[in-house]
Design a protein around this ligand. Sequence first.
Ligand SMILES: CC(=O)SCCNC(=O)CCNC(=O)[C@H](O)C(C)(C)COP(=O)(O)OP(=O)(O)OC[C@H]1O[C@@H](n2cnc3c(N)ncnc32)[C@H](O)[C@@H]1OP(=O)(O)O
Length: 153
Amino acid sequence: MVIREYSVKDFRDIMEIDGEAFSPRNPVYDVYIYVTYGSDLLVADIGGKVVGYIAVMDIDRETSKIVSLAVKKEFRRKGIGTKLLSTAIERCKERGKKKIILEVRVSNYPAQNLYKKMGFKIVDVIPNYYQDGEDAYLMVLDLTQSTQEAPLS
Ligand SMILES: CC(=O)SCCNC(=O)CCNC(=O)[C@H](O)C(C)(C)COP(=O)(O)OP(=O)(O)OC[C@H]1O[C@@H](n2cnc3c(N)ncnc32)[C@H](O)[C@@H]1OP(=O)(O)O
């Protein structure tokens, strides 16, 4: 498996991964925005097949936001989400970012566990953040003092 930058031929794979990962799925337009205007879009590639991706957008000079992260169902729990996230974090550091933020459903324990393992902390609850009325946790990773568990490769 390699983590590499997105290329335009990956769009269909990303839409497929999104379709099975999110309910309701991310609108095509949102995904189009990530891939067109994102600061960093990385994919996990196994033999030419994209099995996961992470999309990062810059909020301001010091802050980046993880706008989406997903791994194909049959490839989960193999460390791919960790590798995508740790690579994205490292690249934010290289771009001089001081913190990374994200929103995650309060019911999404798998993702929260992953983010906590990587040093993110819950700093706020955003009521009714999602269209179905579910609240979101706002999580933050302080890059000026973060210690990542996962090694980069
Ligand atoms: C900002 C946002 O995009 S929030 C939305 C995040 N994305 C989603 O929820 C989409 C659907 N989910 C997924 O695609 C995946 O489950 C992801 C991206 C959350 C995790 O990807 P994976 O490749 O499975 O993660 P990975 O194998 O690296 O697991 C790392 C850790 O996350 C946690 N974790 C992952 N899956 C689970 C699970 N099902 N239950 C509990 N903890 C879990 C564990 O702590 C795990 O470490 P461990 O395996 O040593 O116990």
